[in-house]
Design a protein around this ligand. Structure first.
Ligand code: ATP
Ligand code: PRP
Ligand code: MG
Length: 279
């Protein structure tokens, strides 16, 4: 039975669970359940803190897991990123009192609060900066005001929390994070089934099906607009001067593509959502 770690709470939990359900897996009955068995799919799900998931997967007791790239890199483990999952995006940044820091080298000898000491420690080592790490569990933005740190390194999404604390970001982006599927080289073969299903969900979320009719003489111009994933399907129509085209189109380009197809002479342009995909 495949054993998979899933975030039990926090920013990643809801979407991770939605994705697994879209991939045809049975979710847990209630949000306090720690383990759920899906006998039809021969999978056992373990609901764990996302921060801990790389530890479990890296140890080899679980075959795969969903967590944040930042949590994976914060943990010393044998687990590796297998696929980015298109949600849970964030950036990891340095911040300090407005106007105080402009360059990361100014952190030399300073105290930096973070709940990502592993990630930050290795970043400092690579950058040759000797700073003192102040480990905190959360709400690190308050550490400066309360006098335990000179700067912080934390997840920034809208920047609202920083602004309210009178802080501003400085220095390079430490990490662009996103939710990821992780596994170890030993378990990657076992995890290929869940990977295939999640890939299907990603494609179904990223693409839609577009159908349209076009005069054969204009087909090449239209196909340049909708090259498709592998190759568009072209079917004859009763009117032999016309053909029907079916192609995959990225969701975020649908309307621009329809505008351009109309300009190219396409008629009856129809977009259909993808329910499930296996590439
Ligand atoms: N706006 C956001 N704030 C915090 N984390 C975010 C945000 N957007 C995406 N993320 C990602 O979600 C994950 C953090 O989720 P979670 O809520 O579990 O974190 P946490 O509160 O730091 O964890 P914990 O409470 O276990 O210490 C990280 O991978 C982070 O990069
Ligand atoms: O840029 P923003 O959109 O304001 O979001 C970033 C904030 O959200 C997260 O905190 P979280 O809610 O997880 O609380 P925590 O610090 O207690 O973990 C993160 O640690 C930042 O504090
Ligand atoms: Mg939190």
């Amino acid at each position: 039975m495949l054993r998979i770690a899933v975030p039990n709470k926090g920013m990643l939990a809801e979407t991770a669970n939605e994705m697994l359900q879209e991939a045809g897996y049975r979710g847990r009955g209630d949000s306090r359940e720690l383990v759920a068995i899906d006998p039809i799919n021969d999978v056992e799900f373990f609901y764990l803190r996302p921060r801990d998931i790389a530890t479990y997967v890296g140890s080899g007791v679980l075959d795969a897991g969903i967590t944040g790239r930042d949590f994976l890199l914060n943990t010393e483990s044998a687990a590796k990123e297998v696929r980015a999952l298109d949600f849970g995006d964030s950036t990891f940044r340095f911040a300090g009192p407005a106007g105080e820091f402009t360059d990361v080298n100014q952190l030399q000898g300073k105290r930096v609060a973070t709940s990502y000491t592993g990630l930050l420690g290795s970043w400092f080592a690579r950058a040759g900066i000797e700073a003192e790490l102040v480990p905190l569990e959360g709400a690190v933005e308050s550490a400066i005001r309360l006098g335990v740190a000179d700067a912080v390194a934390d997840v920034v999404s809208t920047g609202g929390t920083l602004r309210k604390a009178g802080l501003e970001v400085f220095g390079p982006v430490i990490l662009e994070s996103t939710a990821v599927l992780i596994s170890t080289p030993e378990k990657e073969h076992a995890a290929r089934r869940v990977l295939g299903r999640l890939d299907g969900v990603l494609v179904a979320r990223r693409y839609a099906i577009m159908d349209y009719d076009i005069e054969s003489s204009k087909l090449d111009a239209a196909l340049a607009i909708t090259p498709g994933f592998q190759s568009p399907t072209i079917s004859p129509l009763r009117d032999s001067d016309w053909v029907a085209v079916r192609s995959m189109v990225p969701q975020n380009e649908l309307n621009q593509v329809m505008d351009r197809l109309q300009d190219a002479g396409a008629k009856a342009i129809i977009v259909t959502a993808l329910q499930a995909v296996r590439m």
